[in-house]
Write a protein that binds this ligand. Structure first.
Ligand code: KG4
Length: 333
């Protein structure tokens, strides 16, 4: 069966066509140039841009897959979590298409898409696994039992990991999105230059908190400026990145130990970070855990992961009804 997947939860308009689990096309219209001058996503601008992009992006996905709309057996669209205005564009478009062309429709949780995005490549894990999902909107740990059973183990109490990267990059005037800029700048920096705080929270807590770290970077920058000391930007970036990576890796390993799970999977935009991937590979091989990370195009928001999650949910639970509505907070867990 061919599935058309549509994603518009934040600032990327994305569509993909899957033939069962095989990706035939994966098209993305990225809005970074629109939001970069604000140092973050402006919700109103994001939804207006989705309105302009959604139809051309879907047409491109069909053309690249070399299929017609009449060949599509299922339309899957992100239902939440995300920005309501952005979600409404993709979700309403998908429902209208489904109604007019009489194609079954299913709403998909964006987090389920990220948890399962690893299956879009060749490095497929076996269930159960611990999934660390880290993006601009979330830092969460899940126990994935199978393709539609996910248990939430921990989540961010304040800023998401990607949000912290973006805010620190804005503070250091490195541009938006901040994650790739910080990662690039950190390459020639010393991760031991400043010992920024790690928020472990309670000993057994699987929740995250990154707002204190962000404030620590701000305080460091202000102190250096007061003392007229030139900022060592690459060292600050490397030290900040190390603090984020330490917490993400160690808490994910703690979750694996607590639940006696031998497989770890990452997903979301921040999982493209090379330092994070390398540290996971090192630590997991020492602990006898198998580690899996998606290809970069499936780390960020994409339509393929929505088509994948949607087709498996449809096989188990059937279609959604057309009165289904979008939601801003995840319903998983
Ligand atoms: O999953 P994603 O595309 O969706 C949203 O949450 O919108 O994630 C985007 C986030 C941004 O915060 C971006 O700065 C971060 O992922 N990101 C990275 C890297 N690439 C993207 N963070 C750290 N290192 C990277 N290489």
């Amino acid at each position: 069966m061919l599935t058309l997947g549509i994603e518009s939860s934040c600032d990327d308009t994305a569509a993909a066509v899957l033939d069962n689990d095989r990706v035939l096309s994966n098209v993305l219209n990225c809005q970074d140039t629109i939001h970069s001058k604000f140092g973050g996503v402006v919700p109103e601008l994001a939804s207006r841009q989705h309105l302009q992009s959604i139809h051309p992006v879907v047409l491109q996905a069909l053309a690249k897959a070399d299929v017609q709309l009449s060949d599509i057996g299922l339309i899957a669209a992100t239902q939440g979590p995300g920005l309501i205005g952005s979600l409404l564009v993709g979700f309403s478009y998908a429902k209208a298409l489904s109604h007019v062309r009489r194609i079954p429709f299913i709403g998909v949780d964006h987090m389920a898409g990220h948890i399962l995005s690893i299956f879009l490549g060749s490095d497929k894990p076996v269930f159960p696994y611990i999934a660390l999902i880290v993006s601009g909107g979330t830092s969460s740990l899940f126990l994935a039992e199978d393709v539609h059973r996910f248990q939430l183990l921990g989540r961010t109490r304040d800023d998401a990991a990607g949000e912290a990267f973006d805010k620190v990059a804005k503070l250091l005037e490195l541009g938006y999105p901040g994650g790739p800029e910080i990662a690039k700048t950190a390459d020639c920096g010393d991760p031991r230059y400043v010992r920024f705080p790690r928020a472990w929270l309670d000993e057994k807590s699987l929740d995250f908190s990154f707002s204190g770290l962000k404030t620590a970077v701000l305080n460091h920058v202000n102190q250096q400026k007061l003392k007229n000391i030139q900022l060592h930007i690459p060292d600050i970036c490397a030290s900040f990145q190390e603090a984020v990576v330490d917490v993400l890796v160690e808490k994910t390993l703690l979750a694996a130990r607590e639940h006696n799970i031998k497989t770890i999977v990452v997903g979301g935009g921040v999982s493209a970070n090379l330092r994070l991937r390398n540290r996971f590979s090192e630590r997991c091989s020492r602990e006898g855990i198998s580690f899996h990370a998606p290809q970069p195009q499936y780390c960020t928001d994409n339509g393929a992961m929505i088509a994948f999650a949607g087709s498996h949910r449809y096989a188990a639970c059937g279609a959604s009804t057309l009165d289904a509505d979008v939601y801003s907070r995840s319903r998983l867990g």
